[in-house]
Ligand binder design. Structure first.
Ligand code: M6R
Length: 608
């Protein structure tokens, strides 16, 4: 989604803004722009396409200004054009605004402002706000912004500058993240800490309905109705090295190969082997309530939803608590009957996904206990849930989520085990699960060491139009996840199905040009999966199986096999997803796709 960067200090703003925008490229965007200001006026540049084009546009100009704001736009209202790109300005060119989110009453504001003589030049919802700020022009920028925001419905993360006060940025937030970075006589503003980490590790997150006035030496935070807020800085854990590609050609591949470490990080300090139990400090304050919950509802989107679906099977096996899993976008609008006996577990890499955030807000309103399983420390979902567990997986830059999925699965096992040990999971069952978890990093390493074989396999399928992924029980969500990975980065149509559904429709698709990836590891559903595979073979459908190492027999049923090591049943998805991630990556690579930034997608979906 859109990205915001701002700088005010003693250095030239332009290179810092460009660097920040490059750091935000992974979020997905289609145009970019920036403005730098001083007492003499403003220099604004906007381009369609990559930040590189913006960098190129300013390369011959010595921009000396030390204050500016910049933006990457992911089009919602109006096509990706230069005129629609941010920053937007008022008719006098005094105020400049960058905005993430959606101004829902923009049409009404526009016609009102037009009737007062304001001329609009873009098709965006954002432009109405900058004209409104100009209309409320006052002694100070912050007063004008504050008055304008009172008339706005919808969501926003904004940064605003004015040529009359060229050493000041005013930002505000409702529903779209804004973080301040505090440096030495310089301040940064961004929608995501990635844009700041090169310069400072001291940050402050704005909460909803707050604004900040930022000058080189200080920041003042207040509510949108002008109540001052005192907030200390937080130290962020990520470093620039975490975001370096190293020798990898793409972040997605780097992140796939980081998974042994990701699993280690998810377990570090959380395994109490002697007690067959886990220790999760973030849940401790509510553990008495958690172990007595009558129901847990898992809410999430995309890959995190698939992790939640696996989580349902894990909770069913390890706890006596009823468990449901819901797409956050559906859950938030349902007629929910929740109270303190229900726990709503929000799973989110970014901690900023609009639907997941709305779901937990709705759950809290109804009195449920909210639990976060989040990667980004300090993100909105992490802050707004009652208790939570972090993935500690470092930044995930590739739009296609990989390492966070396995991290989420590891932590779901730890949460369920923690609850289950208060219920009916025995010591030896707990110890067996934990021992198997400790084997995972080296088992993942084994799968990764065979990446070249998966690459060969993928190369043979790059011309295929469609793929089917099937699995049963815990592997059903893995089939969905394998299909999602393939379609989002390679643009090959792919569908995930519960294998038992084949005869209820999808088998009619099968012919020699329609391959199936079947997850058929040695578990309770193995024989049934073999039957499904044979039914597909009987209709000439090519079959690639994901199978347990040593299962030579499966070669009689499948055309090609990707092997994974044997593990505890509840941990199998952590291994079976890895060949599917690699398969999707190599298919996209040989199709020449832009892997880390697939078309139309954004890393974090902060609007509905
Ligand atoms: O940050 P979140 O985990 O809440 O994001 C949820 C989805 O937007 C995300 O998983 C998306 O589906 C990915 N592109 C999948 O690879």
């Amino acid at each position: 989604m859109c990205g915001i960067v701002g700088y005010v200090g003693h250095k030239k703003a332009a290179p810092i803004l460009i660097h920040g925008l490059k750091r935000l490229e992974y979020r997905g965007y289609d145009s970019a722009g920036m403005v730098t200001i001083d007492k003499n006026g403003a220099n604004r540049f906007r381009v369609v396409g990559r930040v590189q084009n913006l960098d190129h546009a300013i390369s011959d100009i010595d921009l000396k200004m030390t204050c500016g704001i910049a933006h990457t736009r992911w089009a919602t209202h109006g096509k990706p054009t230069e005129t629609n790109a941010h920053p937007h300005t008022d008719n006098e060119g005094r105020y400049y605004l960058v905005h993430n989110g959606i101004i829902e009453n923009h049409a009404k504001l526009r016609s009102q402002l037009e009737s007062e003589g304001v001329e609009f030049v873009s098709e965006t919802d954002t432009e109405a706000l900058v004209h409104l700020i100009s209309k409320f022009h006052d002694q100070s920028l912050e007063t004008a912004v504050e008055k304008a925001l009172r008339h706005v419905e919808g969501t926003f993360g904004i940064a605003v500058t004015c040529i009359d006060e060229p050493s000041k940025i005013v930002c505000g937030r409702r529903g779209s993240p804004i973080v301040l970075g505090v440096g030495m006589n310089e301040m940064f503003v961004a929608s995501d800490v990635s844009a700041l980490i090169q310069y400072t590790d001291q940050v402050i997150y704005l909460e909803d309905n707050e604004m900040a006035v930022v000058t080189p030496d200080e920041y003042q935070i207040r509510t949108l109705d002008n109540k001052p807020i005192a907030r200390e800085t937080l130290q962020i854990e990520w470093t620039m090295e975490d975001e370096d590609l190293g020798s990898f050609p793409h972040y997605m591949l780097k992140e796939i190969f980081e998974q042994p470490t990701t699993v280690d990080n998810a377990m570090r300090g959380r395994v109490v082997l002697g007690e067959g139990c886990s220790k999760l400090g973030g849940l401790q304050s509510k553990i008495d309530q958690i172990k007595r919950l009558k129901k847990i509802v898992i809410v999430s989107c995309g890959t995190s939803y698939h992790a939640g679906m696996v989580g349902r099977y894990i909770f069913e096996q390890l706890t006596d608590t009823a468990v449901e899993v819901e797409l956050a976008s559906e859950f938030r609008y349902r007629k929910l009957r929740l109270d303190e006996t229900t726990g709503v577990l929000a799973i989110s890499q970014s901690g900023e996904t609009a639907d997941t955030l709305a779901a937990i807000r709705e759950a809290r309103r109804k009195g449920a206990l909210t639990i976060g399983l989040v990667n980004v420390v300090g993100s909105t979902i992490a802050r707004e849930t009652d208790v939570g567990v972090y993935c500690h997986a470092g930044p995930e830059i590739g739009v296609a989520s990989t390492k966070i999925f396995v991290s989420q699965l590891v932590i779901l096992n730890l949460i369920a085990l923690l609850i289950g040990r208060y219920q009916s999971v025995s010591l030896s069952e707990g110890v067996d699960l934990l021992k198997a978890m400790m084997e995972l990093p080296s088992q993942i390493q084994q799968i990764l060491s065979r990446a070249a074989q998966i690459e060969d396999l993928a190369r043979r399928f790059t011309k295929v139009q469609s793929f089917l992924f099937i699995g049963r029980q815990l592997h059903y969500p893995v089939a969905l996840e394998g299909a999602l990975k393939l379609k989002e980065i390679s643009y090959i149509h792919a569908e995930g199905y519960a294998a038992g559904e084949m005869k209820h429709g999808p088998i009619s698709l099968i012919d020699a040009d329609f391959p199936t990836i079947a997850i058929a590891t040695k578990d309770a559903t193995y024989e049934k999966m073999i039957s499904n595979i044979q039914e597909i073979r009987a209709r000439s459908g090519p079959i690639i199986a994901v199978a347990t190492e040593g299962d030579i027999g499966i070669r009689e049923s499948a055309d090609m096999v990707m092997y994974i090591p044997e593990t505890h049943d509840l941990l199998q998805p952590i291994l079976s997803v890895i060949p599917l991630q690699l398969f999707a990556y190599y298919c996209a690579l040989y199709r020449g796709c832009e892997i880390d930034k697939p078309r139309n997608l954004a890393k974090s979906v902060t609007v509905e």
